[in-house]
Design a protein around this ligand. Structure first.
Ligand SMILES: Nc1nc2c(ncn2[C@@H]2O[C@H](COP(=O)(O)OP(=O)(O)O)[C@@H](O)[C@H]2O)c(=O)[nH]1
Ligand SMILES: [Mg+2]
Length: 225
């Protein structure tokens, strides 16, 4: 009897849609960043600080994913940029089809920087390409410095690591140098910043990295007509 490798089929269909999205982003000069972490590591908070710091004239948009509630979209809409919530209804990750559906009604040629806030999970989102230019993983100091070794796939696939909540370091036994070493054992040379959104530490470096990454993005493709 022939068995259908269902998981492989789902992933290859996802990869097909993600490749189409990536091409659309390239043609429109959109830099897409996919933020991934455990629930509660501080993805929405980092996005709030980012949107608050950037001029309203910047062409930024956010798709934020959760299993239930529109809470994160409500938090992020306060800053005046286009934001849409994706509620997955149980699925533990965003997929390319969800992104495609929720982009409907937005003009990509009017967006320069597009964030995806993935569903809080260190495992499932790592298998699903969303057409992003880069994945960014967040790790808070309350999660333990061993997580890059325990969940290597997402650390291996992420271009950048943001260590969050460093203001809590006096209260938790977290060896930050070891966490960074572990991340770089999984992904040699990984870029890392240490942040505290409550204290504002590292936010300048984060915004600087974003600016550098946006500039490195190939300019909007010439008309293909
Ligand atoms: N102490 C501290 N708490 C933070 C920091 N960043 C976020 N939090 C808190 O962590 C909780 C989860 O943050 P949130 O941004 O919703 O995490 P998400 O689930 O990854 O989007 C909230 O109560 C935040 O106020 C930080 O830098 N320091
Ligand atoms: Mg969130």
């Amino acid at each position: 009897m022939n068995r259908v490798p269902l998981e492989k089929k789902v992933l290859s269909e996802n990869d097909r849609i993600a490749a189409e999205l990536r091409e659309r982003f390239r043609q429109n000069g959109v830099l897409c960043l996919n933020l991934i972490s455990s629930p509660g590591s501080g993805k929405t908070t980092l996005l709030e600080k980012t949107l608050d710091a950037l001029p309203r004239a910047e062409r930024i948009a956010v798709l934020t994913g959760d299993i239930q509630t529109e809470n994160d979209a409500a938090r992020l809409k306060r800053f005046g940029f286009p934001v849409k919530q994706i509620t997955t209804g149980g699925t533990c990750h965003l997929d390319a089809r969800m992104i495609e559906r929720h982009l409907a009604g937005w003009r990509l040629d009017e967006i320069d920087l597009l964030f995806f806030e993935n569903v809080g999970n260190l495992v499932c989102p790592s298998s699903y390409d969303l057409g992003e230019a880069a994945k960014i993983v967040l790790l808070s100091v309350t999660e333990g410095e061993d997580k890059p070794l325990k969940y290597p796939s997402i650390f291996f696939k992420s271009e950048f690591l943001v260590i969050t909540k460093t203001d809590l370091l006096p209260y938790v036994p977290f060896d930050i140098a070891k966490a960074e070493e572990n991340a770089r054992r999984v992904r040699p040379g990984m870029e890392i910043i240490r942040t505290s959104c409550t204290q504002g530490d590292g936010l300048k470096e984060w915004l600087g990295w974003l600016e550098k990454r946006t500039k490195a993005q190939p300019a909007k493709a010439e008309s293909l007509a």
